[in-house]
Design a protein around this ligand. Structure first.
Ligand SMILES: NC(=O)c1ccc[n+]([C@@H]2O[C@H](COP(=O)([O-])OP(=O)(O)OC[C@H]3O[C@@H](n4cnc5c(N)ncnc54)[C@H](OP(=O)(O)O)[C@@H]3O)[C@@H](O)[C@H]2O)c1
Length: 281
């Protein structure tokens, strides 16, 4: 572990991964600064300095990065290069980028190409970097909560598409390691959960954890597109649908990285479901 007490900046600190990362860094005794566009609503723990900043504002970032030596970068769309310019000016010595497994998937469309662009921007910045490339987050299934609450129905496309979804706590645990230990610069880590699971299997496990039978209503790609378009940019929707179609009938690869980097197995889906059960009740 490094011994100096310099600031570690956490962007995306109120998000799925960032919130857990803040907790882990505080537990490790680090000086943590978190950014949020709404600090008054951030709900972050005592002991973290919360600074109002938008990743699109160089002035905000200049203030937020003062004294920071390490940073976790959540790539808010299109805002990576501006962050990197300010991070260099501030003397940041290591950036850990939240990227995506999709950078290495040929069929990943805009999701893969955007994350590849973020990685390229980081590489070109000249700053020492580590890339975290997680696959599908378990947290994505929180979108099922309204249907589960109101009638026990999950609507989703591609019932037999398999992924090895990862608990956001595992991504945060790896992020913390790579920020706190030496030896991770120039490395890209592919991160998954412990098992290949189809949508059908996740719905079954969630039902078991909640103690009720859930019904999976398989949507056609057209129905899924219509549901997703209001919240998600159209090219991202197409990229997601193409990816998920390609996962049908496959067994998702399970990465050993979480175990190798944290010394423990990644959390199983049932554990995630139990911890998040309240959201579905
Ligand atoms: N979901 C998946 O399956 C998956 C798979 C692979 C990779 N990923 C990557 O993971 C990312 C999502 O990570 P996450 O789930 O931890 O994050 P998240 O829950 O989507 O939220 C991240 C936080 O970033 C902040 N934020 C958003 N725009 C901002 C801006 N312009 N300036 C400053 N802060 C901003 C928001 O906080 P405030 O409102 O407090 O400012 C938000 O709470 C994706 O975007 C993708 O890059 C996701």
């Amino acid at each position: 572990m490094r011994s100096e007490v310099a600031v570690i900046l956490v962007t995306g600190a109120t998000g799925n991964v960032g919130r857990h990362l803040v907790d882990l860094l505080l537990q490790a005794g680090e000086r943590v600064r978190a950014i949020s566009r709404n600090p008054e609503r951030a709900g972050l723990p005592d002991g973290v300095e919360v600074v109002r900043a938008d990743l699109s504002s160089p002035d905000d970032l200049r203030a937020a990065l003062r004294g920071a030596r390490r940073a976790y970068l959540f790539p808010a769309a299109g805002q990576v290069r501006g962050f990197l310019d300010e991070a260099k000016r501030a003397g940041v010595e290591h950036v850990v980028l939240l990227s995506a497994l999709a950078v290495n998937m040929k069929q990943s469309g805009v999701i893969g190409s955007l994350h590849a662009e973020y990685e390229q921007a980081v590489t070109e910045s000249g700053l020492p970097w580590t890339f975290l490339r997680p696959g599908a987050f378990m947290a994505n299934d929180l979108r099922w909560a309204p249907g589960v609450k109101n009638g026990g129905v999950v609507q989703a496309p591609f019932a037999e598409a398999a992924t090895a979804p990862i608990d956001e706590r595992d991504i945060a645990a790896v992020a913390a390691r790579t920020l706190l230990e030496d030896g991770h610069a120039g490395k890209a880590y592919e991160l998954t959960g412990p098992a290949s699971l189809t949508t059908t299997e996740r719905v079954r496990i969630l039902g078991e954890v909640l103690g009720r039978e859930l019904r999976l209503e398989e949507l056609s790609p057209e129905e899924a597109r219509a549901q997703m378009i209001p919240q998600t940019p159209a090219p991202v929707v197409e990229s997601m649908l193409t990816l998920f179609a390609s996962f049908v009938g496959q067994v998702a690869e399970v990465s050993p990285a979480v175990r190798q980097l944290t010394g423990r197995d990644p959390y199983p889906y049932a554990d995630w479901a139990a911890r998040n059960a309240a959201a579905f009740r």
